[in-house]
Design a protein around this ligand. Structure first.
Ligand code: SAM
Length: 284
């Protein structure tokens, strides 16, 4: 019997990423997108949305830890956190590991993503019942636009690529709403695709963030085997003048929860962009 593979072809970079699978466990089309779940031979479960890899059981810790811990250890007192997207709940779980967090709201447009994650990725959903967590199913663009000004310390945009429902999460109007929703010193962090394949997108995001009023900015690369090119990034932006290269390293070192990728050294290293990225981003 021939082997079955799930392969995501990434036409813009002329490359693909694939996983050997045993079975497709589920597929459904929601009003927003098509969600598929596979059982793989070596990477655990896979979640795929509209043909794009979202999460594997084996390597999601890289992405989830880097989307959360650098930002939360950069903010002086991250009490009020909003996650936009993030329906697999892995980002929410990492946020709730921080004892300072008093309230974390996850705003996912597609409830089915979360319901399928509860079945196929229960480990990512283990903090969903935390009394500090609120799961809302709504459009993140609208939610942020309607937030009380100054009412969030950290906004984390853990979305799909900037097409379909996520398109409105990558423009100046959205960043203006984020800027208004954040308190002084507040942080926006957004998944910003591959440094090697999506440099123009990263530059455009940073330009739009700056136009929206954000001052300091940092793009942190990290490995992510399951995404196109195997290399990904998040971009942090701060409301206020303080630079982003100072963080609560002693608190990061003294953390009482487990991490598999993040530590203060990884955080420091991620703040030093590789040369091509430093040059490309120096004007944005
Ligand atoms: N780690 C993933 C990646 O970078 O490919 C993202 C995972 S998470 C499953 C992305 C989520 O963003 C999806 O579940 C999708 O439904 C959600 N999403 C897309 N657009 C959204 C919007 N406008 N508001 C809220 N959630 C949105």
């Amino acid at each position: 019997m021939s082997e079955m593979w799930f392969t995501e072809q990434h036409a813009p970079s002329g490359s693909s990423v694939g996983f050997r699978v045993r079975a497709k466990l589920h597929e459904e089309t929601t009003p927003f997108q098509t969600i598929a779940i596979y059982d793989s031979t070596d990477w655990g479960r896979l979640m795929v949305i509209d043909g794009c890899m979202m999460v594997t059981s084996r390597d999601n810790f890289l992405y989830h830890e880097m989307m959360v811990h650098p930002a939360l250890y950069t903010h002086g007192a991250p009490r009020r956190v909003v996650v936009i997207g993030g329906g697999d709940c892995g980002t929410l779980r990492e946020v709730l590991r921080h004892a300072e967090v008093a309230r974390a709201v996850q705003v996912e447009i597609d409830e089915r993503v979360t319901r399928l994650a509860e079945i196929h990725f229960p480990e990512l959903c283990e903090a969903n019942a935390d009394a500090r967590a609120e799961l809302r199913f709504d459009d993140g663009v609208r939610y942020i636009a309607e937030m009380v000004p100054g009412s969030a310390d950290v906004i984390i945009v853990d979305s799909t690529d900037p097409v379909g429902p996520a398109e409105g999460l990558f423009n100046e109007a959205f960043y203006r709403s984020c800027h208004r929703a954040l308190g002084e010193g507040g942080l926006l962090v957004q998944q910003s695709e591959s440094p090697i394949a999506h440099l123009e997108l990263i530059r455009a995001m940073r330009t739009a963030m700056r136009k929206a009023g954000f001052r300091a900015m940092a793009t942190l690369p990290f490995p992510q085997p399951c995404y196109p090119t195997g290399w990904w990034s998040c971009t942090m932006a701060r409301k206020g003048p303080n630079p982003l290269d100072v963080f609560r390293a002693a608190d990061a070192d003294a953390r009482t929860f487990p991490t598999r990728y993040y530590n203060s050294g990884v955080h420091r290293a991620a703040l030093c962009p590789p040369e091509f990225l430093r040059v490309a981003l120096s004007e944005s």
